[in-house]
Design a protein around this ligand. Sequence first.
Ligand SMILES: *Cc1c(COP(=O)(O)O)cnc(C)c1O
Length: 445
Amino acid sequence: MNKWICKDLKFNWHPYTQMKDCENLPPVLIERAKGVKLYGSRGRFYYDTISSWWCNVHGHNHPKIKRAVKKQLDSMEHILFAGFTHKPAILLAEKLISIAPKGLTRVFFSDNGSTSVEVALKMSFQYWRITGKTNKTRFIALDHGYHGDTIGAMSVSGESLFNEAFSPMLFPSFKVPSPYCYRCPMGKDRSTCEINCVNPLEKLLKEKSKDCSAIIIEPLVLAAGGMIAYPVEYLSKVADLAGRYNVHLILDEVATGFGRTGKMFACQHLPEINPDFLCLSKGITGGYLPMGATLTTKGIYQAFYADYGKKKTFYHGHTYTANPVACSAALASINIFDEEKTLDKVKKIIPLFQGGLQRFKGLPLVGDTRGIGLIGAMELVKDKRTRKAFDFKDRIGLQVYIKGLKKNIILRPLGGVIYLFLPLCIKTDELEDVMDRAYSVIKSL
Ligand SMILES: *Cc1c(COP(=O)(O)O)cnc(C)c1O
């Protein structure tokens, strides 16, 4: 074993990793990265088919983002953000407001996706408290939803292998079925259904909305829950119900934000949507530095705006809030969308990608393919007719992962779901190469 890997395994504890697995499958040492590729020792490359955990946007080692980061470092690396401010944070907040859905007029910065969710949950909760509706304390969440690994974020995520061990630590939330068409909770078929899967939510709101603070949902793709791309009509109905029953709508675009679905934000596939909170992270800095942001409305902001003695202050913050270097990377990354016409370019690639996914449907283990934008997934099943899933002990995903690495692509599975989450900079020939490699991996199972 390489001496660096030995040292890694001596000192590091990797996320979501059974470290004993590393005896047979040690981590891959990466030396540098460029565009859609990572390079290991001796020049071996890997297509970054999952955008380095869904955060890389314009490709690795992008000259403009790199320049912005270096420039910022020459003047200031970090300062506190209470009582002080700086131009990168001012410009970034202004920029985020300008690209977000109308009505979102305030930005609260934090460090990562989970904290952007915690901020939304706490703001929603405190809003009802300070406006006299102290019963509104409960949150509504989706089965298969995922909002992060901190306690609050886990509490509003669907039950899964990942949070099972911690369930006694979590606060209870109302769970409603997710719009998982391949495994429809109502036993319907998408071609004839009327989005009946939203009915349980309506029933819950009828009975309990007086106790509910907010509903939290990932727009158009339940990402970590299995890349479950779902009909835009479902989101539209959820937004409508939240409004009618006076429950906040928290949109978690930590995964789907910044062009991944073909629009800047997934919720913008709807002609109009008025969320109370929008949670952002991952792609916000183009994948360069950690950062989270929670956007909210004038109405929410104004409720907290009062004389100090009224105890309406939002007492929440993180040490590295609005880090100037991260803000500069984010600004550069968002500006690239205009400068390089990123979404126009992506619009041409998307049909090739989504069309290419159809080919996988013919393979014996592929039960479902689904996707939107540059997100695509296939669900592997033991039996296509009965849709019987693999058992987690089968570790079918691990087999795919190992075969993928041999073919220079990263197919990090979500249980039995294999997905591609491509950087927006991917070119046609790279896409074709990636799809061919993925196909031969899945075919060989
Ligand atoms: C990844 C993710 C999070 C958590 O983000 P972290 O930065 O890992 O804490 C929250 N919500 C969604 C939708 C995510 O995909």
